[in-house]
Design a protein around this ligand. Structure first.
Ligand SMILES: [Zn+2]
Length: 157
């Protein structure tokens, strides 16, 4: 019983799914891209992982200002991510299926109350931006992407 409690608290210390890992620091780019679902010049919606701790995140483009981007971030469950990649990498996956797989996966990810602010030149992380209001859940393809979120959150160049 004690061991189990220790194990549970250690697990929480190692991995709080609602907090991004400490490796996501301004000025660095610790992320590697695992799968690009769609792109706008570079990736727009993608599954990425941290090179240091292998934690996986779903990034979804929310807004664009020149070469800067804001992404919604979700923690991706490793088993679900592995299943998704397995299904998508099988040759038989057509576009409709791929979109359905993406939607299903997205629904099972825990969205963080933090946006990832990225300078596309580099690329490099510009910052992690806490948000305390509900975020639109639409795809960037139907969002204005006019820089309004940068203004709203007071993100200066
Ligand atoms: Zn990490």
């Amino acid at each position: 019983m004690t061991l189990l409690l220790l194990y549970e608290s250690a697990k929480r210390l190692l991995y709080d799914p609602m907090t991004p890992c400490d490796h996501l620091k301004a000025g660095s780019w610790p992320l590697q891209i695992e799968y690009v679902f769609n792109s706008l010049i570079t990736f727009a919606d993608a599954l990425v992982s941290c090179r240091h701790c292998q934690r996986q995140y779903l990034l979804e483009l929310l807004d664009v200002r020149a070469h800067e981007r804001l992404f919604r971030m979700s923690t991706a469950d490793p088993a679900l991510a592995a299943g998704l990649l397995h299904n998508l990498n099988r040759g038989s996956c057509d576009l409709t299926r791929a979109n359905a797989e993406f939607a299903h996966f997205k629904n099972q990810c825990d969205q963080l109350d933090t946006l990832l602010w990225v300078d596309g030149k580099g690329p490099a992380i510009s910052g992690l931006v806490p948000v305390n209001s509900p975020l639109p859940q639409d795809s960037w393809q139907t969002l204005p992407c006019d820089g309004a979120w940068f203004e709203k959150l007071g993100l200066r160049r």
